[in-house]
Design a binder for this molecule. Sequence first.
Ligand SMILES: [Zn+2]
Length: 318
Amino acid sequence: MTLPETLQPLHGLFMISAFILGTALGSFCNVCACRWPAGESVVAPRSRCPKCLNSIAWYDNIPLISWLVLGAKCRHCKTPISAQYPLVEGLTGLLFLAVYWRFGLVIATPVYMLFCAALVIVTAQDLADWTIPNEITFPGIPLGIALALVGMAWGAGSGLRVTDVFDAIAGAALGGGILFALDRVTVFVLKKPGMGFGDVKLLAMIGAFLGWQGTLGTLVIASMVGSIVGIALILYFRYLGVPEATDAPTDNPEQTEDAENQQDAPPSDEEITLEGHYLPFGPYLALGAIIYLFIGPEIIESYFSIIDMPSEHIILVE
Ligand SMILES: [Zn+2]
């Protein structure tokens, strides 16, 4: 990214501000991921210790710092505080910093900061509760399409990945369509539990923000990372001598279906925990979307240069 010359001296300040803003929003991401599954408001009441119910004072609620100062324990009852809180705060801070560093001072920067924060909430909630919040995906789909209209009006100067509303609509339809079809095939043809509509809505939202190429890119990255992690977990538990389920796929790491095949029913609770059969797919989609957001066009370009095809013949997102 390039910063206007007059603003160059403020570059460091902007970076620090982006990080601090990210940690503050990360703190809110934690609240959303913890309260939405229980159907609670994210505005009221104030944060309390779940054990002693004491309200958490503002000075005990400073992102990252309070957790360290308190030694990861409640000030009053010394109940341990999960490392999820500082992890989510730190991750969101780093993502905000990375978005500013990548995109600079353009309209796309606050947009993609919020997009990343939304994906952090999705990841945290899917890992903890195995659900993907409709609070994110329902407004996210029309919002992504509306932003493409902004990109269309503003042009390339907006920094937005999608500057064509039809690209956003195609991305949403493609993302939702692929996973919906996959879910129906799994349920009706293979007679197995499907992947769930949370993932369908999530990839539709990602498609609305990243366009049809971003949808495919996200799906490919998510499937590859998901397969690698799945295989690593299987090997890890085999090494530990834990008995594993019979039909865990260990071949063909590049197939999307692997994530679904790993959901073969019905594993015991132990297998669910140890084998990762029900490992949620949402975090992989979120990771895929974030990787594509930052370096997607570069990945596509280098892919076509590797297979020796002039990239000017490929329609690339800006
Ligand atoms: Zn307490």
